[in-house]
Design a protein around this ligand. Structure first.
Ligand SMILES: *[C@@H]1O[C@H](CO)[C@@H](O)[C@H](O)[C@H]1NC(C)=O
Ligand SMILES: *[C@@H]1O[C@H](CO)[C@@H](O)[C@H](O)[C@H]1NC(C)=O
Ligand SMILES: *[C@@H]1O[C@H](CO)[C@@H](O)[C@H](O)[C@H]1NC(C)=O
Ligand SMILES: *[C@@H]1O[C@H](CO)[C@@H](O)[C@H](O)[C@H]1NC(C)=O
Ligand SMILES: *[C@@H]1O[C@H](CO)[C@@H](O)[C@H](O)[C@H]1NC(C)=O
Length: 485
């Protein structure tokens, strides 16, 4: 659990610090983290800190204390260790200079060894004793100001300010002389308090650069499938509005092992609509160019073709079924089985509109005759399918669903002479509705698995489409244990 926070911060990170140098590149994926999301992150960070700050060793404290009658007593506190820190109340606030995390009234338990020795004229030998003690720190207040900016495509986290203050401590001795107790409190209370303050501040100052180097080392691309990668380079500076922290990510797909092609996508407006429920932790907006880049990668990789050899109405895959609409096909190849070779002929045009996604898909439809082990292509029909669909969150995937709006077609080439296109129209329409779209929907229903960030995933996600953007509003929660098994 504790280790899981670092990669998680990739998506949701804290604080903002305006550096004055700003690039104006815009991301195709934006993540807007609401106050609720920041609260959630802060709680995670504190939970992580509670466990990783301890055990924390403090330097040994020595002091010579003058005690009436006895004289000068040499006292040493050693092996002072903060064993446990417990935070009960904390807040996160966004400010001009960064994000402020305030912890107030935390408690801490310390253990230590004590030792004293003195010589007195009353006794011929020097007297010494030792034992252990526990110290309870109450009212530990910690304040952090963090800044976040973009550095070479990564997020850079830095600590601007850090303060720690101990309000009260109580010391409990195990053993020891009775006079010792009060002396110890009088002489060491302040020292222990300031030692705790210094050690906690120092440890936090060391922890933030470590967290930062984890952020810096996060990959700038994420493998999505065997052929596609997603560019998760941060662009522009994080932006802080009164109610959220906005991060922008390049967010385009590109082919694996390929030099980035400098494709130019049009500049776009920001996603305007917001989710119905304002109280989600994060709002992730995907620009339609993300879908375009994904479809372009799949198209270039030659992944958009399918061989159809099974349909609900199997007669459509025998020349006999085409007897009356393409007589010359039946005449040349009577009662022969056919396969249909479908391929997308140029990248689909995808547009995200208000409450729907439209796709124009150019398709080549090659009729192959099965001849022993060979396929004989006999004709190719070009189609342009206009469809519209919706995006939805299904289980843990971003899934889609397409409906046929309309299609046009023409004969691209034929080895068996001309077709009566109007006769074919009905068959093609049936084919599209009963074979092609169900097939596409089956693929789309599996969708794109939403990433699990090392133990955290989106929960109660809502999705909506607005002009050019798909917007997902969601909470984040640890992955249910059952799903991990
Ligand atoms: C120092 O403190 C730690 C933690 O309380 C304990 O495990 C260890 O034995 C102590 N060492 C000595 C020398 O007392
Ligand atoms: C810390 O100290 C408090 C008060 O003395 C005590 O109730 C609590 O059990 C201690 N916790 C640990 C882990 O020692
Ligand atoms: C410090 O703690 C002691 C014992 O718990 C309590 O009596 C005292 O009021 C506290 N002082 C402050 C300033 O909180
Ligand atoms: C990823 O995005 C960044 C920022 O937009 C860009 O500079 C970089 O070339 C992109 N990388 C690839 C491999 O497309
Ligand atoms: C299917 O058609 C495409 C293009 O029309 C062609 O490149 C491919 O070789 C064909 N596949 C088969 C198995 O015939």
């Amino acid at each position: 659990m504790a280790r899981s926070i670092f990669p998680f911060l990739l998506l949701f990170l804290f604080t903002y610090y305006y550096t004055g140098v700003q690039s104006h590149e815009e991301g195709y994926v934006t993540a807007e983290i609401s106050n609720k999301g920041l609260e959630f992150l802060k709680d995670l960070l504190i939970e992580k800190a509670e466990s990783s700050l301890v055990p924390l060793e403090l330097p040994k404290i020595e002091k010579s204390v003058k005690i009436p009658i006895i004289g000068s007593v040499q006292m040493v506190l050693s092996n002072i260790t903060i064993e446990k820190i417990h935070v009960t109340s904390s807040t996160v606030k966004t400010g001009d200079t960064g994000i402020l995390i305030d912890v107030s009234g935390a408690t801490a338990n310390l253990s230590m060894n004590w030792k004293y020795s003195y010589s007195t004229w009353l006794l011929p030998i020097s007297v010494s004793d030792k034992g252990s003690a526990t110290v309870q720190v109450e009212g530990l207040d910690i304040g952090l100001t963090l800044s976040l900016n973009t550095l070479q495509g990564s997020l850079k986290l830095s600590l601007l300010e850090c303060g720690c203050y101990v309000n009260n401590i109580s010391i409990k001795l195990n053993g020891g002389a009775s006079w010792l107790y009060q002396r110890l409190i009088d002489a060491f209370e302040g020292k222990i308090s300031s030692s705790v303050e210094d050690a906690v501040s120092k440890k936090l100052k060391e922890a933030i650069p470590k967290l930062d180097s984890v952020l810096q080392s996060l990959p700038k691309e994420v493998s999505v499938t065997d052929i596609a990668e997603l560019n998760v380079t941060f662009v522009d500076e994080p932006e802080l509005s009164g109610s959220s922290l906005d991060l922008q990510i390049n967010g385009l797909f590109y082919a694996k092992n390929e030099v980035a092609h400098s494709k130019h996508y049009h500049k776009m407006l920001k996603a305007s609509d917001s989710c119905n429920e304002a109280d989600k932790m994060v709002k992730i907006s995907l620009h339609e160019n993300v879908l375009k880049s994904a479809s372009s990668v799949y198209f270039e990789a030659n992944k958009m073709h399918w061989m159809v050899d099974e349909v609900p109405d199997q007669s459509l895959l025998n020349t006999a079924g085409w007897r009356f609409i393409v007589p010359q096909l039946y005449k040349k190849y009577p009662n022969r089985d056919m396969n249909l070779n479908l391929s997308v002929s140029s990248p689909p045009i995808i547009e995200v509109e208000n409450q729907r996604i439209s796709a124009i898909i150019p398709l080549d439809f090659v009729i192959d005759i099965l001849d022993a082990d060979e396929l004989i292509p006999v004709a190719c029909i070009s189609m342009v399918i206009s469809s519209s669909g919706s995006a939805e969150i299904s289980g843990h995937a971003l899934a889609g669903n397409l409906k046929l709006n309309d299609f046009t077609m023409s004969l691209k080439w034929s080895n068996i002479g001309d077709f009566h296109m109007h006769l074919i129209q009905t068959v093609m329409s049936t084919m599209l509705k009963t074979v092609i779209l169900p097939f596409a929907n089956l693929k789309l229903s599996k969708g794109l698995q939403l990433p699990v960030f090392h133990g955290y995933e989106l929960q109660y996600a809502q999705i909506l489409c607005t002009d050019s953007w798909i917007v997902i509003c969601s909470d984040v929660a640890p992955v249910e244990q059952l799903r991990l098994v």
